[in-house]
Design a protein around this ligand. Structure first.
Ligand code: NDP
Length: 385
């Protein structure tokens, strides 16, 4: 029997993940249907997507674009909403089976929590949700019977390695890192790098924020914290290994010493499709791996002395409480400032470190504490620029 069509809400449909998710859906229109599309301010692309996929509704977070989108879609059946409140409300719609959380940064937290509260299954790309409030989000998901399916390629790899092994104890996991464009460079080199260099990732084509995070290794730090919450691990069970070819997407080591790795060419459509279709594997015509194109797969120790962000993320994870929330907020401000040529590459870590030292520590934060921590950290970070 043909399984029923899965109705998907894509929050962040105009971004790198959102667009690739729509490619997956376009190629599998009997398996998936688009129920909601949401973006921040890219009205033209949102309109184009709505006209192609005919969702029940679209949300544009930037309210000043509401009339423009409404006018463009007036001859269609697509409902149009605007603002952050609408974003958190549409995810409750009955017909949605799964929400793809693909907004970038802290901005994705509220709508993801609203979707979990409404009992929707989540395909999670927005790692910042778990970095900021992993404790609260995973507890809520458990309470509501909601699964968080990882979209991040490393976490998808761990999830795929754990299939059929969910009750077997894990000794540790190795998250692989490409090392980014500045692998092997020292601090004196990093001091002078420009955003144009940092925006050139060797293996992945992604949004600007995650690309800078990848160059500074903050992305790996955020992923370490994400992994802790997704897989219920202790900090000492998570390790990072540099693997420049990005073919081995991550590795699980079980208590008998056996290791399982998931491999494939670097293409985000694969983990996106796995999360959307789970537990099914859908046939694709994505390019296949050839051993002869990659005669060597290599692994190196990560340089956390040069790339301090990774060390800071491990510290914040070990400290717990609101420390990862501080780390994330400070980093968002720092990345934005770097992208606007206001600070240097290395100053990003300085800002994160100073915020971790100065923003008030809360050991057991609730939702309001996270909101306040995010706000105070941003204010503190802006003053450091
Ligand atoms: P992009 O910057 O490419 O896209 C971000 C999306 O979020 C856009 O649709 C943007 O809308 C929307 N958005 C931004 N701010 C808001 C807001 N305040 N309200 C509503 N929508 C908003 O990011 P990516 O697709 O690269 O990344 C998305 C998430 O996925 C991040 O958390 C990232 O870490 C994670 N991820 C990404 C990977 C990748 O390969 N790109 C890999 C693994 C994880 P608009 O276009 O209108 O600005």
């Amino acid at each position: 029997m043909q399984p029923e069509t899965k109705n998907i809400a894509i929050l962040g449909s105009t971004g790198s993940i959102g667009k690739q998710a729509l490619e997956v859906i376009r190629a599998n229109e009997t398996v998936f249907a688009v129920e909601v599309l949401a973006a921040n301010s890219n009205a033209d692309l949102l309109i184009e997507q709505a006209l192609e996929f005919n969702p029940n509704c679209v949300v544009i977070a930037d309210e000043s674009k509401y009339h423009y989108v409404k006018e463009a879609l007036k001859t269609s059946d697509v409902k149009v909403f605007a603002g952050n409140k609408a974003l958190a409300e549409v995810v409750e719609m009955d017909d949605i089976d799964m929400v793809l959380a693909a907004i970038v940064g802290y901005a994705g937290l509220e709508s993801t929590i609203a979707a979990i509260n409404a009992g929707k299954q989540i395909a999670l790309a927005n790692k910042e949700t778990l970095v900021v409030a992993g404790d609260l989000v995973t507890r809520l998901a458990k309470e509501k019977g909601v699964n968080l399916y990882p979209v991040d390629s490393e976490h998808s790899a761990i999830f795929q390695c754990l299939a059929g092994e969910f009750h077997n104890p894990v000794e540790k996991i190795y998250l692989t890192a490409s090392g980014g464009p500045f692998r092997g460079k020292d601090k004196s080199f990093l001091a002078g790098v420009k955003k144009e260099q940092a925006l050139k990732h060797p293996n992945w084509d992604m949004g600007a924020k995650i690309t800078i995070d990848s160059a500074s290794l903050m992305n790996k730090g955020l992923e370490v914290i994400e992994a802790k919450w997704l897989f219920g691990l202790k900090p000492e069970q998570i390790d990072v290994i540099v693997h420049p070819q990005s073919i081995v997407h991550s590795i699980v080591q079980f208590t008998d010493g056996s290791m399982k790795a998931q491999m494939g060419l670097p293409d985000m459509k694969l983990p996106i499709q796995y999360a959307l279709a789970y537990p099914q594997r859908i046939k694709t015509n994505f390019k296949r791996f050839s051993f002869f194109d990659y005669p060597q797969l290599t692994f190196e120790q990560v340089d956390i002395k040069t790339f301090r962000n990774l060390a800071l993320a491990f510290e914040a994870m070990k400290k717990g409480g609101n420390a990862p929330c501080v780390l994330n907020a400070a980093n968002e401000i720092a990345v934005d400032a770097f992208l606007n040529d206001k600070i240097s590459f290395l100053q990003m870590s300085d800002i994160v470190e100073k915020c971790l030292q100065t923003v008030k520590f809360i050991e057991h934060p609730d939702y309001d504490d996270y909101v306040l921590t995010d706000k105070t950290t941003r204010e503190a970070a802006v003053l450091m620029i």
